[in-house]
Design a protein around this ligand. Structure first.
Ligand code: AMP
Ligand code: TRP
Length: 358
């Protein structure tokens, strides 16, 4: 409960860019499901974010329903929370624009995810004597260019959160920096125009907040990885889980321990820990004297069993488009109601004149 005795408002979102990964599940969605009882929860499917990388329209539309069916299958009971599509709610882009006007470009250029994404396109970003980033095009893929959406995306994310005056935002470790920016923007707005926004707090789980790629364990597991063996998806069938876990990169040596020199083994242990609830010490003791093969086969079984109910529920739900649409319609209504209230307040503070409706 917040200080006024009201329920806390929780908000989080994921991009409909494909099937949810085990990282999405452990770092985000399954933790959301634990917050439904005590809080007022809003969970977004952020399609406006998804077009920062080129998306085929028919696939994007399909991905939105897929994402919803997976949300519900992971425990987001529509009777207990509001699930909505970002483009259904007026206010996200409007607020994003207002926030853009109080965001220094340099802060966006410093975001780790922005630097990673531009590096992926082959651009090299270096700081000049001033604080600005310079992009060298040497080595860039022919015709590659960085769209402004990739740069401005954290402002849209801040708007997603502030539009609902969310108290808490449960996310994985990779979103911490974006959340810091959101808090800065809220404070800047409040300072410039008077108290308006709640300053949202991140909630990053202790275990599972950064699941790494199975083939390159020094990189984050990502649902858009080109390497098929790198990412486990929550809908993967047991055979495929077995294949991916058996081919997961481990490290030289044979001792099962969680240390930074063994990122592959440490990653498998952290997946185990997130699913079994046993801490690292308990797991190291449990696996003492056993080989990587034992760890992998035990983990395969643990993942397959834990995700079985999610898979089954998803396959049932995805057949029922009418139901999914009704969940989104109700979610959009509730989200819009709250969003309009806060957007109206923001417009007044900024000095936009009220429209005469007589
Ligand atoms: P995205 O797939 O980028 O839309 O992410 C949705 C949510 O999943 C965000 O809260 C992320 O922080 C979280 N997430 C994504 N990848 C991982 C990962 N490898 N480990 C833990 N959490 C993750
Ligand atoms: N940027 C987040 C990601 O890629 C997704 C996101 C968009 C989000 N808006 C949000 C997460 C608001 C939490 C709150 O994972």
């Amino acid at each position: 409960m917040s200080s006024e005795g009201k329920k806390k408002v929780i908000l989080s979102c994921a991009q409909p860019t494909g099937k949810l990964s085990l990282g999405n599940y452990l770092g985000a969605v399954r933790n959301w499901a634990e917050m439904l009882e005590k809080n007022e929860c809003f969970f977004g499917i952020v399609d406006l974010h998804a077009i920062t990388t080129p998306a085929k329209p028919a696939l994007l539309r399909q991905n939105v329903f897929d994402c919803l069916a997976q949300y519900i299958a992971c425990g987001l009971d529509p009777e207990k929370c509001h699930q909505f599509v970002q483009s259904h709610v007026v206010g996200h882009t409007e607020l994003a624009w207002i926030l853009t006007c109080i965001t220094p470009i340099g802060e966006l250029q410093r975001m780790t995810q922005f630097k990673d994404k531009t590096a992926k396109l082959g651009f090299k970003a270096t700081h000049s004597d001033g604080d600005d980033l310079k992009f060298s095009h040497e080595g860039a893929r022919p015709q590659a260019s960085i769209n402004a959406g990739i740069l401005c995306y954290p402002v849209l994310m801040a708007a997603d959160i502030l539009l609902y005056n969310a108290d808490q935002v449960p996310v994985g470790e990779d979103q911490r920096q974006h959340l810091e920016l959101c808090r800065d923007l809220a404070q800047r707005f409040n300072h410039q125009y008077s108290e308006t926004f709640v300053i949202p707090k991140p909630y990053v789980p202790k275990v599972g907040s950064r699941i790494m790629s199975l083939s390159e364990p020094t990189r984050k597991m990502s649902k858009s990885d080109k390497n098929e063996r790198a990412t486990l998806f929550i809908l993967d069938e047991p055979d495929l889980i077995k294949k991916k876990i058996s081919s997961a990169v481990t490290d030289s040596g044979s001792k099962i321990e969680s240390n930074s020199e063994k990122p592959g083994v440490a990653n498998l242990l952290s997946i185990h820990s997130a699913l079994s609830g046993q801490n690292t010490d308990q797991l190291e003791e449990h696996f003492a004297g056993k080989g990587y093969g034992v760890l992998k086969s035990e983990l395969t079984e643990l993942i397959s069993d834990s995700l079985q109910p999610v898979r089954e529920k998803y396959h049932e739900l995805i057949q029922d488009k009418t139901y999914l649409k009704s969940v989104l319609a109700q979610g959009a209504n509730a989200a819009q109601k709250r969003a309009y209230k806060i957007l109206g307040k923001v417009y007044r503070k900024v000095g936009f004149p009220e429209r005469d409706r007589t």
